[in-house]
Design a protein around this ligand. Structure first.
Ligand code: AP5
Length: 230
């Protein structure tokens, strides 16, 4: 089952992807996280992406598409994946279809649009704390870590993302409206879009997503499908 999570900055795409990974046992592919990790490692991709991300800009389509085409060659995507942050432009969406065909992967089955007000976005982004080591995401009030300022998983120090500064968030919102919002109509026309009110607590939004999955299945069911002879 190949899924896309679509929505503005801070809508909860990463949060919903983590909940879906726990349920479906398929990988979460976040282009934002791939680019940030490349930045931390100082690779050529990272050197290109870091200043663009910090300025609230998008990386060029050809770069994002190359990142995705390499990621889709991984063995772990064969039984499904969750895309978070890709596609982000109509050009990327048009490129995705042939990429999937060339990689021998199924077409996208559902696109979940997480609809959130601007006020909620500001509150979510300003309270977000992220772990630079393993990508875990917390919120100071809605999803606080067990120990203040420390990642529950690795114990590392949590950080505020540089692109979460209020003026950068405004920049990212403008870009979202111009470049990414047209994807709502793009996927609606293709009969793939499921619009969700994503203002509710994360578990409630998750339950709505699960109810709209084409073939809801648990982690155990997914594991059984991978057993030899089944
Ligand atoms: P990316 O990391 O994808 O940023 P984004 O799309 O702006 O999304 P965010 O990560 O900000 O938010 P989210 O929706 O995942 O929310 P989260 O779950 O964290 O990309 C970063 C940058 O990389 C881009 O700006 C661009 O420069 C570049 N890039 C990436 N992909 C690209 C592409 N394809 N093409 C070109 N450039 C690309 O939640 C936010 C907070 O809210 C958290 O604290 C969370 O705990 C909390 N929260 C979540 N859900 C709820 C809830 N239901 N109730 C209460 N709190 C909640």
């Amino acid at each position: 089952m190949n899924l896309i999570l679509l929505g503005p900055p801070g809508a909860g795409k990463g949060t919903q992807a983590s909940l879906l990974v726990a349920r479906l046992a398929i990988p979460h592919i976040s282009t934002g996280e791939i680019l940030r990790e490349a930045g931390r490692r100082g690779t050529q991709l990272g050197l290109l992406a870091k200043p663009l991300i910090e300025a609230g800009h998008l990386v060029p389509d050809e770069v994002a598409i190359r990142v995705m085409s390499e990621r889709l060659l991984g063995q772990d995507v064969k039984s499904g994946f969750i895309l978070d942050g890709f596609p982000r432009t109509v050009g990327q969406a048009e490129a995705l279809e042939p990429l999937l065909r060339e990689a021998g992967l199924a077409a996208i089955g559902r696109v979940f649009f997480l609809d959130v007000s601007d006020e909620k976005i500001a509150a979510r982004v300003s309270g977000r704390r992220s772990c630079p080591r393993d990508g875990q995401v917390f919120h100071v009030t809605a999803n606080p870590p067990r120990v203040e300022g420390r990642c529950d998983q690795c114990g590392g120090a949590l950080e505020t993302r540089e692109d979460d500064e209020p003026e950068m968030v405004l920049e990212r919102m403008k870009l979202y409206r111009r470049s990414t919002e047209p994807l709502i109509a793009y996927y609606k026309e293709r009969g793939l879009l499921v619009s969700l009110d994503a203002m509710a607590p994360a578990e409630e939004v998750h339950a709505e997503i699960v109810a709209a999955l084409p073939f809801p299945r648990s982690r155990e069911e997914a594991a059984r499908e991978c057993e030899p002879g089944i």
